[in-house]
Design a protein around this ligand. Structure first.
Ligand code: ADP
Ligand code: MG
Length: 366
């Protein structure tokens, strides 16, 4: 089921007397989620992710704009008639019901033609439980399960009515690191098996990048960029997106273009042919540095961290806006740890320039 958002906007009245302006939680969203794909909705806390999801599920109504599921306009349809499965950060299971009863719960309220027999319900529960691999836990109560198992129950409950769209709001945030990794792989597997159009909300860029077919990066209620995770990483449209994606984060410097030379302080790091003289932000991915004795970028060496396959060089530079610069270098390259300085050349395709005031990308040719 394809989902289309058209100029979707949600305003909340201000609660702050000193600042009576409305909060625009979702600001003029237009995009189409292709059928059967998993979309990661990504952005910092408060950027409007949950509000977007609530508008799609019908828990909240938009101030303006439209929502379509396939060709159906569902904008004014109540949540129970939209056919959405919802999973939240808090698993929201009923503690006094067994796993089986929890999963069955959404089926028991079906009325009229949709009403199911006991046997039909039992069959659907088994199928949903099988999908999330909790068949053996059906007679337990939620407090007899781990966090990861509880979240699987919540996912089974969301799947049991065979929704048209699956919506997940930070579903992994309450899990510890190992379970988070495992459960995100599970969600991907379930999504692929069911081919359900799925929207996965997270503030964790690594999580979104790892499981999404497409990510939507948001800031302050506004979509910044939509694309395949790798494409957005390789080609960010603005400084915010460049900084939001990637671990370790991208390294940002104050720089300037002078007669075709890209300068960071006194270091002449690249020749760029098509940019008029101006101040710029220079952002370099950690993997964009090349260790080179006569390299143009001279940094003060702080530390060398060996991470097996790679070496992470921690350094500083007076024009760096990050406290430390992190460069990831192949472990085969010898680093002189005794030296006070370290010199790098840069890989041009790992270097991005952004305007000083607009913070928009400036494309360059080398
Ligand atoms: P996220 O899920 O990305 O953290 P939310 O969608 O929860 O963000 O919130 C987006 C913005 O809308 C925030 O500034 C938040 O304070 C505001 N907001 C959310 N819900 C309400 C509400 N019911 N009333 C007023 N403001 C709200
Ligand atoms: Mg939220």
């Amino acid at each position: 089921m394809k989902v289309v958002l058209q100029n979707l906007t949600k305003k909340f009245p201000s609660r702050n007397k000193k600042n009576p302006q409305d909060v625009i939680a979702v600001n003029d969203f237009t995009f189409e989620i292709p059928d059967g794909k998993l979309i990661g909705l990504l952005g910092p806390s408060g950027c409007g992710k949950s509000t977007t999801l609530n508008l799609i599920s019908g828990l909240q109504s938009p101030t303006s704009g439209k929502i379509y599921f396939g060709e159906d306009d569902v904008t004014d349809l109540p949540p129970e008639h939209r056919g959405v499965g919802l999973v939240f950060q808090s698993y929201a299971l009923y503690p006094h019901l067994t796993v089986r009863q929890n999963i069955m719960f959404p089926l028991q309220n079906l009325k009229g033609a949709q009403k199911l027999s006991k046997e039909q319900m039992a069959e659907k529960v088994l199928k949903a439980a099988g999908l999330v691999q909790i068949d053996e836990l059906l007679d337990r109560k939620p407090n007899e399960l781990s966090g990861g198992q509880q979240q699987r129950v919540a996912i089974a409950r969301a799947l049991v009515k065979t929704p048209r769209v699956l919506l997940l709001d930070e579903p992994l945030s309450n899990l510890d690191a190992r379970l988070r990794l495992q459960t995100r792989e599970e969600i991907r597997r379930i999504q692929k098996e069911t081919r359900l159009t799925t929207i996965f909300v997270t503030h964790d860029q690594e999580e979104a990048m790892s499981i999404s077919d497409m990510i939507v990066v948001m800031k302050d209620g506004v979509i910044q960029q939509i694309g395949k995770p790798q494409d957005v990483y390789d080609d960010p449209v603005n400084l915010f997106v460049a900084k939001f994606l990637g671990t370790p984060p991208i390294n940002v410097f104050d720089g300037r273009v002078v007669r075709g030379h890209l300068m960071i302080g006194n270091d002449d790091i690249l020749t760029v042919t098509n940019i008029p003289d101006q101040e710029v932000y220079v952002a370099i991915r950690p993997e964009g540095f090349i260790l080179q004795d006569d390299g143009p970028l001279c940094c003060n060496l702080s530390n060398v961290e060996v991470m097996g396959r790679d070496v992470s060089i921690v350094s500083t530079h007076e024009k760096s806006l990050n406290v430390t610069i992190r460069s990831i270098i192949d472990a085969d390259n010898p680093v002189d740890r005794e030296s006070d300085t370290v010199r790098f050349a840069v890989k041009p395709h790992k270097v991005f320039l952004f305007g000083k005031t607009s913070e928009e990308r400036i494309h360059f040719e080398v």
